[in-house]
Design a protein around this ligand. Structure first.
Ligand code: SF4
Ligand code: SF4
Length: 720
């Protein structure tokens, strides 16, 4: 459970988590196996269609929450249950403690429930004098260790079998074997007695079906069936977001839930409970069934135009499985109670600003969670929105004020960059890097070599390099972005070289500024909007067939976020939409519009890897074009399994969390070195800054290039 009081304290905790080697190995192996398992599980299904269906059905249920609740309550009570509604976590716990007291219950067995974790139910009941035993194996293990789950579906994934063997030896007072089968037998033996003694069972539920008052439970262990059937009293604690109108919606969600959670077509047990059933230990042979619905902010969230999307979550845990940061530090540091991307959002609403203000900043905006979410939640966007809420209610960091001031004033920003070129000279040692920055100045940022500003920015070269084209096939505007304009102009020059004699007229509208992604990443919505407004005024989309960018991060931000940022600005929406439609990334433009047919390349290229920038493969959904270009240009391109894993830059992320950024970078470089790659190409200057800077600092024999530079470097002499 992440509870750090300051960012500094949180960073220290993250640093400690990085040294837990077993956890990291376990999460890595799981992430790889999960990727394959999930792909197989969905192979026969129309996944985008299913995601759309689940999202739409959850949205419509949340819009009708009051009616669904009323209908569920009426049906369930007709069938003999008692239905309660708790507005807060504390109220839910008090209702459950009251049910125990009214019915003379002392011993509770529990099935796994994230909602009960949310209310800290066990602590509450124990303080009321009840004995509570978790009966899901993973949950029991972490209960014995007095810690919370480190994953929503696999709560003890962070523990090795040696740790479990030692724990069970202590608990039973007998030396236990370390093989998994024996350890499971120990748990079964110990827990069986608790089931027999218990007078109250507490479970959660995955579905609450309004038309019939039915609860649906999805589990992989038989314990939930014992919890809900053996004791005379059963209490189900259910979030209001689990309400669905009918069995149909539940079955549709189920189709995606188990596949997305564990790669299983169906889990081992699906249990449907309608009303108070037969129960040998119950009064008059009938179960005493109570269903406690928990609001805890859900009904307010359901009415929020932006955040209501978070209530689509079906708690599959997949957004943690694919998150590169979760893989590094585990769920105790990547969540308060809810873990992974959804945890960064829900923590703010369920547990408050204090618990979320550090946590929510720990996101690379790599989009991996958005791609995997079976409910179609745009998690990175909601994380940004949550950051903006935190910003509004907390003290604004100095970095935010500075970045917003600079990026919303193009002339000031570019003027400073121009001036900085002269002052950096003593620091470069005539190289392309800032070599002589003292270590104490860089501190933890010293994990990569920082590039120097180019001797001349692209905008100052433009009049000399501007191609002259008569009767062009297409007229394009070049969007440079700050890094290529001021640090890597050679990438843009390579692009212009590839365009030679191809009939493409290029314009470089000089009023263009930074795309605004850095301030967007900092949660500075107003500054982000102002930069967007400036750029669509600087580049009139109506004059161009395409607006081409060689920066995937700029491209994804311009295409996806500009229309959203400007939708409320009078008169800007149509232009922002047209602007967005004209945006195209370098590889797609060269591959799909230009083609390489007019160019000749040397044969026998080096062994080459591609790093897929997050904003290219997930933000812009571009996968094939850069790889196809490398092959067409004669590179020995070979794919690898971490091609689409983030390099760790994440814009300003690497400044805030340098330790995690450095770790992601080193892992990527290690893998490439082990596999003997000579060249690494990518389509984003930000990734180049990270990867090339890391390779330089760590003295790796790897040439890191933009794909445009790589293609140019293999052009046969004599080719235009
Ligand atoms: S946010 Fe999406 S991926 Fe994450 S747990 Fe919820 S449904 Fe699963
Ligand atoms: S965007 Fe990337 S880093 Fe952020 S929560 Fe999602 S997967 Fe994790």
């Amino acid at each position: 459970m992440q509870t750090a009081r300051s960012l500094k304290e949180y960073r220290q905790e993250l640093d400690e988590a990085l040294s837990q080697s077993f956890q990291r190995k376990a999460l890595d192996s799981f992430a790889t196996a999960y990727r394959e398992g999930r792909a197989k599980a969905f192979a026969e299904l129309d996944l985008p269609g299913l995601i759309q269906q689940i999202g739409a059905s959850k949205d419509s249920a949340m819009a009708d929450l009051d009616n669904l609740y009323a209908s569920f309550k009426a049906r369930a009570e007709e069938a003999g249950a008692t239905v309660h509604l708790a507005s807060t976590a504390r109220e839910a716990n008090a209702i459950i403690a009251g049910i125990a007291s009214d019915n003379g219950c002392h011993t509770v067995v529990k099935a796994k429930s994230m909602t009960a974790e949310e209310t800290l139910l066990n602590d509450f009941l124990e303080k009321e004098g009840l004995s509570v035993t978790e009966t899901d194996l993973g949950e029991w293990i972490i209960q014995l260790r007095h810690e919370g789950p480190s994953h929503m579906v696999m709560p003890a994934i962070h523990l090795s079998r040696d740790e479990v063997q030692r724990l069970f030896t202590t608990v039973t007072g007998q030396e236990q074997e370390r093989n998994i089968e024996s350890l499971v037998k120990v748990a079964r033996r110990e827990l069986r007695q608790r089931f027999a003694q218990a007078d109250m069972g507490v479970s959660g539920a995955n579905f609450a079906i309004a038309e019939s008052g039915t609860l649906g439970l999805v589990t992989n262990e038989g314990n939930a069936r014992l919890v809900t059937t053996l004791p005379r009293v059963h209490v189900a604690l259910v979030g209001l977001d689990k309400l669905v109108p009918s069995l149909n919606e539940a079955l549709t969600t189920l189709k995606g839930l188990t596949r997305n959670a564990t790669g299983q077509a169906i889990s081992s047990y699906i249990t449907w409970i309608t009303g108070a059933n037969e129960c040998a230990s119950g009064p008059e042979g009938t179960k005493n069934l109570h269903i406690v619905f928990l609001d805890n902010g859900r009904s307010t969230l359901a009415k929020d135009p932006v955040f209501k999307e978070a209530l689509r979550c079906v708690r599959c845990g997949a957004c943690a499985n694919v998150c590169p940061l979760y893989r590094l530090v585990g769920g105790h540091k990547y969540g308060h109670i809810y873990i992974g991307a959804i945890g960064l959002i829900l923590t703010y609403f369920f547990h408050g600003l204090d618990k979320d203000k550090n946590l929510v900043q720990n996101c690379l905006n790599c989009q991996a969670c958005r791609q995997v979410c079976v409910a179609g939640i745009d998690l990175p966007r909601l994380i940004k929105e949550t950051q903006a809420l935190v910003q509004q209610s907390d003290r604004r960091p100095v970095m935010n004020t500075m970045a917003s001031t600079l990026l919303t004033n193009r002339r000031l920003f570019h003027g400073l960059l121009q001036t900085a070129r002269y002052f950096q000279k003593p620091l470069t040692g005539r190289t392309a890097y800032l070599r002589h920055l003292p270590h104490f100045f860089l501190g933890p940022q010293d994990f990569k070599a920082l590039p120097a500003l180019a001797p001349k920015p692209f905008r100052s070269m433009w009049e000399q390099v501007k191609p002259t084209v008569r009767q062009p096939r297409y007229t394009i505007a070049l969007f440079a972005g700050c890094l290529q304009d001021f640090v890597y102009p050679e990438q843009l020059l390579s692009f212009l070289k590839l365009l030679t004699d191809q009939g493409i007229a290029v314009e470089f509208p000089k009023e263009q500024g930074c795309c605004g992604l850095p301030v967007h990443m900092l949660g500075e919505k107003e500054a982000s909007r102002e930069v967007a407004r400036h750029n669509i005024a600087a580049i009139d989309p109506a004059q161009y067939d395409f607006i081409v960018t060689l920066c995937a991060s700029c491209g994804s931000h311009l295409k996806e976020n500009y229309p959203r940022l400007l939708e409320s600005l009078p008169g800007s929406q149509a232009k922002a939409t047209q602007f967005s439609q004209r945006i195209i990334d370098f590889s797609s433009f060269v591959h799909s519009v230009l083609g390489l047919d007019g160019l000749s390349f040397q044969a026998g290229g080096p062994k080459t890897a591609f790093h897929a920038p997050c904003h290219l493969c997930r933000g812009l959904d571009v996968t094939e074009p850069p790889r196809a270009l490398l092959q067409q240009a004669g590179f020995d391109y070979q794919s690898h399994e971490e091609e689409e894993t983030c390099c760790g830059l994440g814009g300003t992320y690497s400044v805030k969390f340098p330790e995690l950024s450095a770790e992601l970078l080193s892992r990527k470089l290690d893998l490439l070195e082990e596999r003997g790659y000579q060249v690494l190409t990518t389509d984003c200057p930000g990734c180049i800054m990270q990867l090339r800077g890391g390779a330089e600092k760590q003295k790796r024999a790897l040439r890191v290039q933009h794909t445009a530079e790589a293609l140019c470097s293999r052009l046969l002499s004599g080719t235009p």
